[in-house]
Design a protein around this ligand. Structure first.
Ligand SMILES: Nc1ncnc2c1ncn2[C@@H]1O[C@H](COP(=O)(O)OP(=O)(O)O)[C@@H](O)[C@H]1O
Ligand SMILES: CCCC(=O)OP(=O)(O)O
Length: 356
């Protein structure tokens, strides 16, 4: 029997679970207030704080560290990866500590997993990391040779949703042609076919999201930075955590926005409807990429619980293909099942080599 510790550090929470084979023994999501996080300059500075908290949760739940047989974490901002599993090694820990592609809480996953796994002599893995980049070469191009599109986003949850669709329709993942959208604090619109994430539209050129600015008109953005004198670091932070619903309405919880709409707030309705329309426009972009040959559009993530939001997206997208809703995210289970496949020899973990 395998006993796996699953770690998913997010911007505002740390999710921890333990699985015995396919059975979840517990899952716990610890929220971090903005104040708690604000005192750390860099993500990596939160290492001790989050690791200690994880160890504390395991103690409370009566999980003996020595009983664990492996650890699986959400992968961080590494250089472009293949889909599936990578074994956590010294190169990966070095990369995340010294040269991550971007600051993001998921960078802590493999580093903490390594710190716990090494003394126990058990393996640690990441699975379907945020930088899985299988994008079609033609989709990498932008209008400036020096700037390329990157495959970054919610690969874990969108691939898990695509695989669920395949299972439920008695098909293999490789035989499906799907547009899968993660609707959370951030949004990713993906095109998946041929067993790959052929495209992923996320923060840089995606729709705005509860906390994210999404793609912005590039000339206006450059002028805004020059006129306000805002630093690169502060601007990136603003686009990542103070954009979208937060920028217009001051809240990142879609349920609060829906309450505002129900109370007659016209600004809230305009912004929320615009967010849904922008998601649908990106779904249309992915549909065009495959000349409309799409079998289904799948909406997943926390906002997929919303009848209001999913109906809006459907209104603009159902002409492409049936729109299926898988509410919530399935990240902890996806990590556990991925780790189990590797430990059972059903899947091979890739080896990570650092890029200094
Ligand atoms: N029932 C619901 N109706 C509308 N929005 C919801 C509902 N439940 C959760 N959400 C929204 O889902 C978002 C978080 O989605 P989730 O997939 O859990 O997060 P993340 O990708 O940020 O980890 C929040 O904006 C939250 O308000
Ligand atoms: C870093 C890309 C994936 C992402 O946006 O994740 P979160 O929504 O969990 O911050």
């Amino acid at each position: 029997m395998e006993k796996l510790l699953i770690l998913n550090p997010g911007s505002t929470s740390t999710k921890i679970a333990v699985y015995e084979d396919e059975n979840q023994l517990f899952v716990e999501s610890i929220s971090h207030s903005a104040d708690e996080i604000a005192k750390y300059d860099l993500i990596i500075d939160q290492f001790e704080f989050r690791k200690d908290m994880i160890l504390e949760v395991l103690k409370e739940k009566g999980i003996e560290l020595a009983s664990l047989t492996g650890i699986v974490a959400r992968g961080g901002l590494l250089p472009p990866l293949k889909a599936g599993a990578y074994q956590v090694n010294d190169d990966m820990v070095w990369q995340l500590k010294n040269k991550p592609a971007m600051e993001h809480a998921s960078n802590l996953g493999a580093v903490i997993a390594d710190a716990i796994a090494k003394p126990l002599g058990i393996p640690a893995f990441i699975y379907d990391g945020v930088t899985v980049d299988e994008m079609l070469p033609i989709l990498k191009l932008t209008g400036l040779k020096e700037i390329k599109r990157k495959g970054i986003g919610h690969n874990l949850n969108t691939r898990a949703a695509a695989m669920r669709y395949a299972r439920e329709n008695n098909k293999t993942y490789a035989d499906c042609k799907l547009i899968v959208v993660h609707l959370g604090g951030g949004i990713s619109v993906t095109l998946q076919y041929g067993g790959k994430v052929a495209d992923i539209i996320n923060d840089e050129d995606g729709p705005f999201a509860p906390e994210r600015a999404g793609g912005l008109p590039s000339q206006s953005l450059v002028k805004y930075i020059e006129e306000t004198g805002i630093s690169t670091k502060d601007m990136l932070k603003k686009m990542k955590s103070r954009g979208g619903l937060v920028s217009y309405l001051g809240v990142n919880d879609s349920r609060e926005v829906e309450k505002m709409i129900a109370e007659g707030n016209q600004e809230a309705k305009l912004v929320y409807d615009a967010m849904a329309l922008n998601v649908a426009r990106k779904i249309g972009e992915e549909a065009a990429t495959v000349s409309g040959d799409v079998e289904a559009v799948i909406l997943t993530g926390g906002i997929a619980y919303s009848e209001y939001f999913t109906s809006e997206v459907k209104k603009y997208s159902e002409w492409i293909a049936p729109v299926i809703v898988y509410p919530g995210e399935n990240e902890m289970e996806s990590l556990a099942l991925g780790g189990l496949r590797v430990l059972r020899g059903q899947e091979q973990a890739h080896e990570f080599v650092k890029q200094a």
